[in-house]
Design a protein around this ligand. Structure first.
Ligand SMILES: Cc1ncc(COP(=O)(O)O)c(C=O)c1O
Length: 428
């Protein structure tokens, strides 16, 4: 019984259609209805469900809250195990509801995730090296202390909560003919497959965390390793029973991507759409890019954004290629109103050697009065009190964007590591 002991595995093996509207009604006052972005990539239509913009930067708040709000009796304390994001969902929901939370994570948890869990006021216990170690410790802690245990994925309340994202896709994209989701333990897959049915779903896994592929091959959940850039999110050691049942009940197909594809897809989401997601979320775009997501109007669920990261393309080699561009003339005939933009300047990272080269290029361009673009960059640097000698500026697209947009965005490199920092508003 919830609230007094640890449930072993869910009493129910599948969700019912009523579970979805019930979950949606329960969590609606707390969660965001995330938008859908329709786009065209390589000449083909594709839509993104921007669930990485969800509260706490991940869809997990949906399932966590549905579990906490539907538990009876109301939990006096909650325990969970997580690779990071589910713990963040539970910690956030528990704080809103005034419930003390303890979150067990493997010692390998990304710092950004444990920091964000702790910031919600939860006790964070690091133990073992993989999710399965944290799960064992969390279950015995919950049993010992009589705390409510919220499973990260194999719980009908959690899966129904995650499925509310699928309900929104069905409502907002009536022409959608396939939905792709990343799979770890399969709670998201379970919920979404039922919510969008009969629309087919593609379940995407990293090569190094093949819980679902292994289970389908074996005909039952089996233990697998977790070795991928997406392991902190998709590194469950075995697929949930609910997810395997969902694969039998609904039209679910499997896709697999490797780490190189994941990172390239993630960079492309940033380069083309300014969508900053964590590796797990990029798996679905990687699968689509590699032709593993069929359909005329696919929707890719971008599941989370809890990572510290500099896009690979934004690093040294790319920054070093800027110098010839600084001297290039701006496009002619742009509207006068856009000639004196306000730059919103985001500090993202730093490559010292590149910065020195680029700063020299900027200074030279400004000294020669060669381009309005260079003058604007220098003005922006001055306005935020950053000396050109300490700054590297980014490439052509950014310059023209700065000119095109009255509130243009210019990226500046500063600092010495992958540390997304404050956004500074600057007037150019
Ligand atoms: C960002 C992100 N995407 C996808 C998943 C996979 O969810 P599930 O374990 O329900 O399959 C997770 C799980 O932690 C996650 O954090």
């Amino acid at each position: 019984m919830r609230g007094t002991q640890v449930p072993n595995y869910p009493e129910r093996t599948h969700l019912t259609p009523q579970d979805y509207p019930a979950a949606a009604g329960r969590i609606a006052p707390y969660v965001r209805r995330t938008p859908v972005l329709r786009a065209t990539v390589d000449g083909r239509p594709v839509s993104f469900k921007l669930e990485h913009l969800q509260v706490a930067g991940v869809f997990k708040i949906r399932g966590a809250l549905n579990a906490l709000l539907s538990a009876s009796p109301a939990p006096a304390g909650v325990v969970t195990a997580s690779g990071g994001n589910h713990g963040l969902g539970v910690a956030t929901g528990a704080r809103w509801l005034g419930i003390p939370a303890t979150v067990f994570v493997p010692a390998t948890v990304p710092e950004v995730k444990s920091r964000r869990i702790a910031a919600q006021g939860a006790d964070v216990v690091k133990t073992g090296s993989v999710y399965a170690d944290a799960e064992r410790a969390a279950r015995s802690f919950a049993a010992e202390h009589g705390r409510y245990y919220v499973h990260a994925y194999d719980d009908p309340a959690v899966a129904a909560g995650q499925g509310t994202a699928g309900l929104e896709i069905a409502a907002d994209l009536p022409d959608c003919d396939v939905v792709a989701v990343p799979v770890g333990g399969g709670g998201l897959l379970t919920g979404v497959a039922g919510a969008v049915a009969p629309c087919p779903v593609v379940a995407v896994e990293p090569e190094g965390c093949p819980t679902l592929h292994a289970a389908v091959a074996a005909g039952e959940p089996v233990e697998v390793g977790a070795d991928s850039v997406a392991a902190s999110a998709l590194g469950a050691s075995r697929i949930g029973n609910l997810a395997l049942a969902a694969c039998q009940a609904y039209p679910v197909s499997l896709a697999m991507v490797d780490d190189g594809q994941i990172l390239a897809a993630r960079d492309r989401l940033w380069e083309e759409f300014r969508l900053a997601v964590e590796p797990a979320a990029a798996t679905v775009f990687a699968a689509w890019l590699s032709g593993q997501v069929p359909g005329e109007n696919p929707c890719l669920l971008l599941s989370g954004a809890n990572a510290d990261w500099i896009p690979a393309l934004d690093q040294a080699s790319r920054i070093l290629s800027l110098s010839p561009v600084i001297a290039a003339p701006p496009p002619r005939g742009r509207p006068a109103a856009m000639r004196a933009p306000t730059a919103s300047t985001q500090i993202v990272g730093f490559v010292p050697a590149a910065a020195a080269v680029l700063a020299a290029a900027v200074v030279a361009a400004v000294a020669a009065g060669s381009t309005p673009c260079a003058r604007r960059m220098a003005a922006a640097f001055r306005a935020i009190h950053v000396s050109p000698a300490a700054v590297g500026c980014r490439p052509p697209s950014k310059c023209s964007k700065l000119q095109r947009s009255a509130s243009g965005s210019m990226m500046i490199a500063a600092g010495s590591a992958a540390i997304p920092a404050a956004t500074i508003a600057a007037s150019a």
